[in-house]
Design a protein around this ligand. Structure first.
Ligand SMILES: Nc1ncnc2c1ncn2[C@@H]1O[C@H](COP(=O)(O)OP(=O)(O)O)[C@@H](O)[C@H]1O
Ligand SMILES: [Mg+2]
Length: 392
């Protein structure tokens, strides 16, 4: 790959949108990423995935105003598809014409299939390297339950929790609710695999718990009830890297005017067009040196044990009374790709994308050396058709 790209620009996709409750936020991150990409290095093709799952491209996608109305195919907006050969095709009725071979994809697809490994798996089938963690890592990080299991097995502290599965809840809701109550009120109820604080509720009574769990099941088959962190301070840190090495950003403190970070706090503050960049924050976070060290150590450890790659943001909850630090969640495609967290290290958004590209390509090239073919004479037994018994 290296040689044929020597004097040419690298054909990259910036993919955003998709079938997700975070669709609109993803558009903001996508447009920011499109505009930040190093145009000397990359030949950029925007890919907007509609809520129905269509892949569209247009030069108009650099402008956020394009998305104020529903985007539909017209003379400026083409429908496209990525083939398993890694070629991007224009689709018109039954006709498909090749546009270009794709070398890399930057993913700005928050939530659901864009972040849970599904899109990542598709890109792997197409042999297109990409900027986010791999299929398994994306799937684990998307699921708050599996993330907690992985973290606690590796001595990274997370809050105590109870998982409730919808099939068990439908049979008997009293038992799981009573078990969840043992965590002690207040508790917080969350759908297992959503984001942007959607479907989340605090509860102080059994009544509230039951309502919150039923509500969370509207979004997910699995629901987490978690012990609440009191005297809460929320800090986030991002990393960019791969399995071999990574760089850590400044730590931010996220401010909220409610008792938890709501969708409004995150995205609808004074400058909503800036997505996650618009949330109220202090950089660097107002925490002491020891707490900072714990956050950094947990973050680096989690990035490693969760097999992360690319730009990933880790969100922490701190109880300021006893300085206990809990890793709350891992965002494998964070809002605004966390670019604002790296700025104080003299790293522009464009440079950060270059870094993410370099790290991902290194990992792609090293994993490409793995044996995926194995010659055997198993099939020679079947020269006369499927008559003989296969010994396994
Ligand atoms: N265990 C907890 N104790 C106190 N507050 C919490 C806890 N878990 C989450 N929160 C609050 O709820 C917000 C959203 O929860 P989070 O797990 O980050 O879900 P999402 O994936 O939707 O962002 C957090 O930013 C924080 O403000
Ligand atoms: Mg969160």
């Amino acid at each position: 790959m290296k040689t044929d790209l020597k004097n040419k620009k690298i054909n990259v996709l910036v993919i955003f949108g998709g079938k997700s409750v975070e669709h609109d936020i993803s558009i903001i991150t996508g447009v920011q990423t499109l505009n930040a990409c190093d145009k000397n290095k990359f030949d950029v093709t925007p890919i907007y995935i509609t809520k129905q799952g269509k892949w569209l491209t247009s030069n108009k996608f650099y402008n956020i105003k394009t998305f104020a109305k529903n985007v539909e195919v017209n003379k400026d907006v083409l429908e496209v598809t990525l083939s398993t050969s890694g070629n991007l095709f224009k689709v018109k009725g039954k006709k498909q014409t090749i546009i270009k071979k794709i070398n890399f994809a930057f993913l700005a697809t928050h939530g659901s299939q864009g972040e849970n490994g599904a899109l990542q798996g598709y890109l792997e089938m197409c042999n297109v390297p990409y900027s986010s963690p791999n299929v398994l890592s994306s799937a684990v990080c998307m699921n708050k339950y599996f993330t907690k299991i992985m973290l606690s097995k590796n001595n990274v502290k997370t809050t105590k929790f109870k998982l409730i599965k919808q099939q068990d809840y439908l049979k008997n809701n009293l038992k799981p609710l009573k078990e969840a109550e043992r965590l002690g009120y207040p508790v917080i109820v969350k759908p297992c695999s959503l984001g942007s604080s959607i479907g989340i509720n605090f509860c102080k009574t059994y009544e509230q718990l039951r309502n919150a769990v039923s509500f969370a099941f509207l979004f997910d088959d699995n629901v987490l009830v978690e012990q609440c962190v009191q005297n809460l301070k929320e800090v986030n840190v991002a990393l960019v890297g791969n399995r071999q090495s990574c760089e850590i950003s400044q730590i931010e403190e996220v401010l909220t005017d409610k008792n938890f970070l709501t969708f409004e706090n995150k995205y609808l503050n004074n400058n909503s067009a800036k997505g996650m960049e618009s949330a109220s924050r202090i950089i660097p976070a107002n925490i002491d040196g020891k707490t900072k060290q714990i956050v950094q150590n947990y973050a680096k450890k989690a990035y490693k044990v969760l097999n992360c790659k690319g730009i990933v943001r880790l969100d922490f909850l701190i109880d300021t009374l006893n300085n206990q630090v809990y890793l709350n969640e891992v965002n494998t495609i964070p809002g605004s790709l966390s670019n604002y967290l790296f700025k104080s290290q003299d790293c522009s958004f464009g440079l950060l994308l270059n870094k993410a590209y370099d790290y991902a390509i290194k990992e792609f090239e090293s994993s490409n050396g793995k044996v995926i073919n194995f010659s055997s004479n198993v099939l020679s037994q079947f020269e006369d058709g499927l008559k003989c018994n296969l010994k396994k």
